[in-house]
Design a protein. Structure first.
Length: 262
């Protein structure tokens, strides 16, 4: 199926690695021009270079901290000056903080809400007016099944992601006739650097035996018998940001190997 993204300008925030990068790979292969933005500017630049060489598409790497509205405005201006008016925005940037709520501090909650909720707000608020004026746009925000199911040790991450779900559904209602769609992609556990970093910490804290037992328990929660790979998520996002998905808005699509089926 032709996704019809050829020639479109696509901004992937948190795109230096992981799910964001995997999605950029699909879209660049389909002929979209891509800006990869990340707080790690050097990684964004290196990833952009790699993707441009592999796909032949126009790809740029830009630095941004999504918590800073001024930086976000500069990012969007720079991206549009380089790859053209944006028609696709993917918000993939996030941080994790593995902690019991009782052990956490207000500064932990603030950092999480800043990145995972204010980040998407800053991005959507900056990009949306142009998309509405041009009467076309596709926005996908990454949430998490932890927002739907709750997840011990990830309470304020789950809360921030729940906020993103409510935000996206509400804006989708406000701009329904504008040609801009907004949706949520909610992944289950996916093998990215973010997950690997959390797992490494858990392994060190628990010791080998307990960690191996935990791994088996986690896997049993996935009816498909495996965890996700970035490409599993990227395929679904790429469909949601395509012209083919013009009658899908305000939806939460879980791509999770059957982990949650509510
Ligand atoms: N991997 C999983 O198991 C999983 C599960 C559920 C949801 N998700 C969600 O999917 C999305 C992608 O996750 P991933 O696993 O690919 O993560 P990742 O850590 O591999 O990629 C996220 C990127 O965001 C960047 N980033 C962090 N803070 C930033 C900031 N302030 N400004 C700009 N960029 C910033 C990081 O540098 C990183 O490159 C996230 O929103 C995450 O919450 C992931």
């Amino acid at each position: 199926m032709d996704l019809e993204v050829r020639g479109q300008a696509c901004l992937v925030v948190g795109g230096a690695r992981g799910i964001g990068y995997a999605t950029a790979e699909v879209l660049a292969r389909e002929g979209a021009a891509v800006a990869l933005a990340d707080i790690d500017g050097a990684a964004a630049a290196a990833s952009a270079q790699r993707l441009a060489a592999a796909s032949g598409a126009k790809v740029v790497g830009l630095k941004v901290d999504v918590t800073n509205l001024e930086e976000v405005r500069r990012l969007v201006a720079d991206a549009e000056a380089t790859i053209g008016p944006l028609s696709i925005l993917i918000n993939s940037a996030a941080v994790l903080d593995d902690k019991l709520f009782v052990d956490s501090q207000p500064s932990d909650w603030k950092r999480m809400i800043d990145v995972c909720l204010f980040g998407p707000m800053n991005m959507i608020h900056t990009v949306l007016p142009g998309m509405m004026e041009r009467r076309y746009g596709r926005i996908v925000c990454l949430a998490s099944d932890s927002a739907r199911m709750g997840q011990a040790r990830l309470s304020y991450y789950a809360a921030a992601k729940g906020g993103v779900v409510a935000l996206v559904k509400s804006i989708a209602q406000e701009v329904g006739t504008s040609g801009v769609t907004l949706n949520i992609l909610s992944p289950g556990a996916t093998n990215t650097e973010l997950r690997a970093e959390r797992e490494a910490k858990m392994r060190a804290d628990m010791g080998e035996e307990k960690y191996a037992r935990r791994q088996k328990t986690v896997l049993r929660m996935y009816p498909t018998g495996r965890l996700g790979e970035p490409d599993d998520i990227a395929s679904a996002i790429s469909f949601l940001v395509s012209k083919r998905a013009s009658w899908i808005t305000g939806q939460v699509l879980s791509v999770n190997g059957g982990f949650a089926m509510p």
